[in-house]
Design a protein around this ligand. Structure first.
Ligand code: F6P
Length: 328
């Protein structure tokens, strides 16, 4: 087994609360294990631009509570090209880095797998970091819990004003093609309806459901729309409903990027620490082209190949059924 001596760490793609606790764990576990650790700025862009710096235990002091990522992040198109990868590889060789921990989502993992297949002498370990919670191989991804809490806090506030005015609100939440945030937040906030990419909802059924709510003397209604829902966008849905139910005073709120920020929750701090620690241990034990994840509250290692090809993630069936029943 080829031993590793110098470890690089980067965050890539959309930032997620919990990335900083993870960076801290990678740096300190690496140094504790006798490795030199290098921070790479702005994800794969920093590899191409040779934007790296030596880290020590103090480089990651007092970051557990910080949202965002101290290493910064980017969505880097040049890394998708052979030339970009070759430059990144030459820079890594020049720095003497022989292993990487990459923290990010499926775009990050796709880049990591392609790179390490091309240059297998650089060992690679992925850590799932995205608010979308859409990666196979880990029940939870870094940032999902914090983002969901942020959404719940925001929707609770909207509920106050919706109730005061007897209004109907359509609230769009993030998640790309995943309805994970929408579903959890919907259950937490007693949303009257949750529109998810994973489950087709006919607008006629939604209208019927909202009419039933009126009939049942609901004073306010909240419809959460996951951004990936296939009904044509939150404004379009609101307009179609408004055309059919004139009595409602309808408002639309798009929560947007506030969902990505904020201090990581206790759950995400622990998850980031566990996954960062596990990623370094896995590299030291000879694993490469893999990701560490949490399954049934245990650390599990999954190949990046499997994580990316089996990328079908499933929402909890009971939550989907229950959400409708509990909001009658
Ligand atoms: O993947 C995280 C995420 O926040 C998605 O939920 C969202 O669709 C996307 O990133 C937004 O990306 P950007 O910040 O590049 O606009």
């Amino acid at each position: 087994m080829q031993k590793i001596s110098k470890l690089g760490v980067l965050t890539s793609g959309g930032d997620a609360p919990g990335m900083n606790p993870c960076i801290r764990a990678v740096v300190r576990t690496g140094i504790y294990s006798g490795l030199n650790v290098v921070g790479i700025r702005k994800g794969y862009q920093g590899l191409i631009e040779n934007d790296m710096y030596d880290m020590n235990p103090r480089s990651v002091s007092n970051i557990l509570n910080l949202g965002g990522t101290i290493l910064k992040t980017a969505r880097c198109l040049p890394f998708r090209t052979d030339e970009g990868m070759e430059t990144a590889y030459q820079n890594l060789k020049e720095q003497g880095i022989d292993a990487l921990v990459v923290i990010g989502g499926d775009g990050t993992f796709t880049g990591a797998l392609r790179f390490s297949k091309k240059y297998p002498d650089i060992k690679v370990m992925g850590v799932p970091g995205t608010i979308d919670n859409d990666l196979y191989g880990s029940t939870y991804t870094l940032g999902f819990d914090t983002a969901t809490n942020t959404v719940v806090e925001a929707i609770d506030k909207i509920r106050d004003t919706a109730d005061a005015h007897d209004r109907l609100f359509f609230i769009e939440v993030m998640g790309r093609d995943s309805g994970a945030i929408a579903l959890r937040a919907g259950v937490c906030c007693g949303a009257e309806a949750i529109l998810l990419p994973e489950k087709a909802t006919a607008i006629d059924d939604l209208i019927e459901n909202l009419r039933a709510g009126q009939h049942n003397k609901k004073s306010s209604s909240i419809v959460i729309v996951a951004e990936g829902d296939k009904n044509g966008g939150v404004y379009d849905i609101a307009r179609r409903v408004q055309n059919e139910i004139k009595v409602y005073d309808i408002k639309v709120t798009i929560l947007g990027h506030l969902q990505r920020g904020g201090s990581p929750s206790a759950f995400d701090r622990v998850l980031g620490s566990r996954l960062g620690y596990a990623a370094v241990k896995a590299l030291l034990n000879g694993h490469t082209q893999k990701m560490v994840g949490l399954q049934a509250n245990n650390i599990k290692i999954t190949s990046l190949e499997e994580a990316l090809t089996q990328h079908e993630f499933k929402l909890e069936q009971d939550l989907m059924e229950m959400a409708d029943i509990l909001s009658i």
